[in-house]
Write a protein that binds this ligand. Structure first.
Ligand SMILES: N[C@@H](CCC(=O)N[C@@H](CS)C(=O)NCC(=O)O)C(=O)O
Length: 208
């Protein structure tokens, strides 16, 4: 919505204290939901596609083949988020090592898809942020934060993803997609999930 310069109000929902009004409108009790007057939309991709249809400028390619490819890659975010999350949110060193061993297979798919795009970037479709960027950026943002806590350097082997990630993390709409206290909220989430990253944060704090 920021990429489209739409006026909107945002309510951030905390997983363990979901308000009743939210549970009444969110079919799966999950974020995001978008309320448009009396209509409620859910599922990130459905919301993003709706916004793209009703608010100019159109970000999805007009060419049907390119649009279908974009859609196919936004549909892969479950695999993408799962593969990154198995590293970022691992609870033990063993699980972290297993997640890290499996991750390159998923990264390579995206690296190949970025290599095959017929543009010079920096975004998926060229110089305009698009729906594929919007779908992947949140997971890259969180992965990058955990890289700052427990670095693996895995993206060094995937230069296209690294450059794409740098462009996305510098984009104002992506930066503002989270609240200002996101760093603290995210750290608290790492602790709630009893992750290895949280243990490392605690060790670093104790050593200071
Ligand atoms: N496929 C859904 C996934 C939604 C989803 O899993 N949301 C997570 C946050 S990213 C959530 O609300 N989790 C809270 C919960 O499961 O209780 C979408 O893309 O909108």
């Amino acid at each position: 919505m920021r990429a489209k310069n739409v006026d909107f109000e945002v309510a951030y929902i905390t997983k363990d204290t979901k308000p009743d009004w939210f549970l009444e409108i969110s079919p799966h009790g999950k974020v995001p939901v978008l309320k448009v007057d009396d209509d409620v939309l859910f599922e990130s991709n459905a919301i993003a596609e709706y916004l793209d249809e009703v608010v100019e400028p159109r970000l999805a390619p007009t060419d049907p083949i390119k649009r279908a490819r974009n859609r196919a890659w936004t549909d892969f975010t479950t695999g993408w988020s799962g593969a990154l999350g198995n590293v970022s949110y691992a609870k033990t060193k063993e699980d972290h090592a297993a997640g890290l061993e499996a991750l390159p297979a998923t990264l390579q798919k995206i690296e190949d898809s970025l290599s095959r795009r017929e543009n010079d970037g920096p975004y998926f479709n060229g110089d305009q942020l698009c729906l594929v960027d919007a779908a992947y950026a949140p997971f890259l943002m969180r992965f990058n934060i955990v890289e700052g806590i427990n670095p693996t350097g895995v993206l060094d082997g995937f230069p296209k993803i690294k450059a794409w990630s740098a462009a996305l993390m510098a984009n104002e709409a992506v930066i503002k997609s989270v609240p200002e206290d996101f760093g603290e909220v995210f750290d608290a989430g790492l602790h709630n999930r009893e992750t290895l990253a949280a243990q490392i944060l605690d060790e670093q704090a104790a050593a200071e």
